[in-house]
Design a protein around this ligand. Structure first.
Ligand code: NDP
Length: 315
């Protein structure tokens, strides 16, 4: 077991975490980052990223995260593999335990950037087609399906937003909704129902996906009445999950104030949480935008907030 101390501990290694790492390292805070269960975060499972400024030709998600890491470590960010299993934010310095390496870290400030995980249906082939047709982000991947048929799963506001966004690109959009109604706001429902490119399949669930290497379609079942089941296929090249995200906040919930969906609450326009000295950045504190570039921006703000906090609270 090793004991480490830092002025700033960053938990999570997506765009928010690494941007916080670049800023805090350049500010001589000798930051330490704990990588988490999926080093690089959600972008590791994305193929091409074409909407992050500065990459005119686009870049793959894994390569982008490799670049983030290289830039942050060049300035002295120390990264540790493993997951945070326990935190004590009751007093400063904060104490954080990490499995794997068995590290115990004391930190004057903490930036939580653990992200949110997209929910998947749990179909046998879902992970096989990840990046080959299956996606959990229309804004990220919709462009690759221009003039192609796609499906969106879910009936909430996110699903409606994604379906409307995709309708501007794809040749046809199926919405696969398990109930006989949409849960989304009335306004979003109306926009979806009025869009000629979108066909809503109510009372329908996905049984399996098919395709050689790339996704070619989905096998569905509709329940019209309790005994009236009908199985059928749709030909789609994109299959977008929009059944919600789960913010990765479980380990912090004893101390950090969360909203009703489990996202970390931040104060006003800052990244401050309810615990002075603990900040949050990226998807873990942002249910609305959830973009690499907005997460990176919030990581920068968290780093500046932590730096100011340390200046104001120097013993
Ligand atoms: P929601 O939880 O609101 O909706 C999830 C949808 O996915 C529901 O239709 C649900 O079906 C469906 N679903 C869940 N699990 C499965 C499953 N296993 N199989 C099939 N369908 C499934 O999540 P959202 O991400 O849409 O929204 C989260 C929050 O963010 C909401 O409060 C929403 O209003 C808000 N939001 C607001 C926006 C805005 O104001 N512009 C934009 C996006 C989100 P069922 O209804 O049957 O449970």
């Amino acid at each position: 077991m090793s004991e480490l101390a830092t002025k700033c501990l960053i938990i999570g290694s997506g765009p928010a975490g690494f941007t916080a790492g670049i800023y805090t390292a350049r500010a001589n805070l000798n930051p330490i980052m704990v990588d988490g269960s999926q080093p690089g975060g959600q972008l590791i499972t994305t193929t091409d990223v074409e909407n992050f400024p500065g990459y005119p030709e686009g870049i793959t998600g894994p390569k982008m995260m490799e670049d983030f890491r290289a830039q942050a470590t060049r300035f002295g960010l120390l990264t540790l593999s493993g997951e945070v299993t326990e935190v004590d934010f009751s007093k400063r310095p904060f104490v954080v335990k990490v499995n794997g390496g068995g590290h115990v870290i004391t930190a004057d400030t903490v930036i939580i950037s653990t992200g949110a995980s997209a929910r998947y249906l749990g179909l046998p082939d879902e992970q096989k087609y990840l990046g080959m047709g299956v996606s959990a982000c229309a804004t990220c991947d919709g462009f690759f399906f221009r003039n192609r048929p796609v499906a969106v799963v879910g009936g909430g506001d996110t699903a409606c937003e994604e379906a409307l966004y995709l309708a501007g690109l794809a040749s046809k959009v199926y919405m696969i909704v398990r109930k006989d109604y949409l849960r989304a706001s009335k306004y979003m429902q109306q926009r979806v129902m009025e869009n000629e490119k979108i066909e809503v399949l109510f009372n329908t669930q996905t049984l399996s996906l098919f395709g050689e290497d790339m996704l070619e379609g989905a096998h569905l079942v509709s329940h019209k009445g309790s005994e009236n089941e009908n199985e059928f296929d749709i030909r789609v090249e994109g299959f977008f999950l929009a059944i919600g995200h789960t913010p990765n906040t479980a380990v912090f919930e004893k101390f950090v104030e969360l909203d009703e969906m489990g996202y970390i609450k931040t104060k006003g326009s800052s990244t401050a949480t309810n615990i002075p000295g603990v900040f949050a950045a990226g998807d873990v504190a942002d249910p609305f935008y959830q973009q690499a570039v907005s997460a990176a921006g919030m990581g920068c703000r968290a780093a500046l907030d932590a730096e100011r906090f340390l200046m104001m609270n120097e013993d």
